[in-house]
Ligand binder design. Structure first.
Ligand code: LLP
Length: 463
């Protein structure tokens, strides 16, 4: 199926794929803990509660659509990652998954570092008090102004992504009279997605500098020769929503090989490697993600083994999980507006949000789950497609799922695992107002990113 965006209009055959869906769960009222955040449960009335607050109250107070983020789950996941990797490794939360000032404060309190990839993310991090030395700055085309800002702030590392950037960062650092700590992002020839990975000799993509043809070795040579740069290591990020550790294994092996080559050529052992993010989460009951401690053990075993073989000191490892930390901690709450049964096909359930608050289904053909959360129901399961309110047939939130057949306008339904890449990729398409993010913890709910208003839209439109 096409992974690219499609023009407005019916998606024809791919919309109506028979058998795309799995069988309904035995009991639609059961909330699978794999896909829901940790404090989610149903109360005695059958309504979903998160952090001890029922969704009806949340909907009344904050409106729909809205993202509800389970703060204690977020913090627990931060701790699980940092404990799993231990004091000899660093966990950088990838801010692109979802970033706000509150999130930065939680990360800071939980001892995590932060990966940012734009001036906007950097300013959010600094504004919320993340110490600059705990920030890594990424991006394949950082502007001079962004690099200046990062160097002036004293970020802990800039991840260099091209030959031009090696020189650019070196000049800027020298102008500021500092030696900037940097890593070089290499493309190791591995592309991983979910259950598979592909290892190729060359990579056709915009990120990083290829290991192939000695490109990465040449980049290292240049970086080592420039006074403004303190080259601390090599970085590799191989993909997204990965369950299979084999891709990381190939990546780690190739990165360690490069460290050995650098040692042989320059007599220096670079002290750090970063293996990026990309660890998968459960969007549906069929996904089986690994726990942070399993991931940490697998990665550190691979690196240790490869370093022993190459007679290298084991470098300090860092990782950059975004989705695996924030993804499972939030759900999107919608109100059902209209219900259209299409005889012999499925029932279309329209909600008050859509591709503007979750573009992932349209963009990546992503799978999601959905549940009726304002009440329980004993009605038969009906096959539904949850769609939004946008002027586009591809405006699908959940492609195929089962909801009770007595679903009615006004019911609240929720899509779990929307913490990552939903609010952060939200748009104003059709002048939609981007929903708020509400943090819920121990019986209290507070807005951390407020709902957009029509005044917000008009303020940008200078007429
Ligand atoms: N580090 C680097 C250098 C990255 O490029 C990324 C993601 C991450 C870490 C974090 O990856 P994570 O652990 O969150 O998978 N919008 C897409 C995902 C794009 C990810 C881009 N880079 C999605 O919604 O699935």
């Amino acid at each position: 199926m096409s992974r690219s965006a499609h023009p407005a209009g019916p998606r024809h055959a791919d919309v109506l794929t028979e058998g795309h869906y799995s069988a309904p769960a035995a009991d639609l009222n059961v909330l699978d803990e794999k896909v829901w955040s940790r404090t989610v449960t149903r109360d005695a009335d059958g309504a979903l509660t998160v952090g001890g607050i029922a969704v009806a109250r949340l909907a009344e107070e904050f409106g729909t659509p809205a993202y509800f983020l389970d703060e204690s789950d977020f913090r627990a996941r931060c701790r699980a990652w940092s404990e799993a990797f231990g004091p000899d490794a660093d966990v950088f939360y990838a801010g692109k998954a979802f970033l706000s000032r509150a999130v930065v404060r939680w990360l800071k309190e939980e001892g995590l570092n932060l990966d940012v990839c734009s001036g906007g993310e950097l300013s959010t991090a600094l504004d919320a008090g993340m110490p600059a030395e705990r920030i890594a700055f990424h991006g394949n085309n950082k502007t001079v102004a962004e690099i200046e800002r990062a160097v002036e702030a004293g970020v802990g590392r800039i991840v260099l992504d091209s030959f031009q950037e090696i020189v650019r960062v070196a000049h800027i650092a020298q102008r500021h009279g500092v030696r900037q700590r940097v890593q070089i992002r290499v493309t190791v020839g591995v592309e991983a997605h979910t259950h598979e990975f592909i290892a190729t000799a060359h990579e056709d993509q915009k990120f990083g500098i290829a290991l192939a043809d000695g490109q990465a070795a040449e980049a290292v040579r240049r970086a080592l020769s420039l006074a403004g740069l303190d080259l601390i290591g090599v970085h590799s990020h191989i993909g997204s929503q990965i369950f299979d550790m084999a891709g990381f294994e190939v990546s780690a092996r190739r990165v360690v090989q490069l460290l050995a080559e650098i040692r042989d050529e320059h007599g220096v052992e670079l002290p750090e490697i970063d293996l990026g993010g990309g660890l998968g989460i459960a969007y549906t009951s069929e996904d089986d993600p690994r726990e942070p401690h399993e991931i940490a053990k697998a990665l550190s075993d691979i690196v240790t083994r490869e370093c022993e073989a190459a007679k290298l000191r084991t470098p300090r490892i860092s990782v950059e999980p975004g989705r695996a930390i924030v993804g499972p901690t939030a759900f999107t709450l919608y109100e059902v507006g209209t219900i259209k049964p299409l005889e012999g096909l499925r029932t279309y359930v329209s909600v008050d949000g859509g591709m503007s608050d979750n573009i992932r289904t349209a963009l990546y053909d992503a799978e999601y789950s959905v549940a009726l959360v304002s009440r329980t129901s004993d009605a038969e399961p009906m096959l539904v497609r949850v769609v939004g309110k946008h002027c586009e047939s591809g405006d699908i939130v959940v492609k195929d799922a089962f909801l009770p057949a007595d679903l009615a306008p006004g019911d609240l339904i929720a899509v779990p695992a929307t913490g990552a890449y939903c609010r952060s990729m939200a748009s104003n398409y059709n002048h939609a107002l981007r929903p708020p993010v509400v943090a819920v913890r121990d019986g209290e709910a507070r807005v951390i990113v407020r709902r957009e208003t029509e005044e917000d839209l008009l303020r940008l439109d200078v007429g």
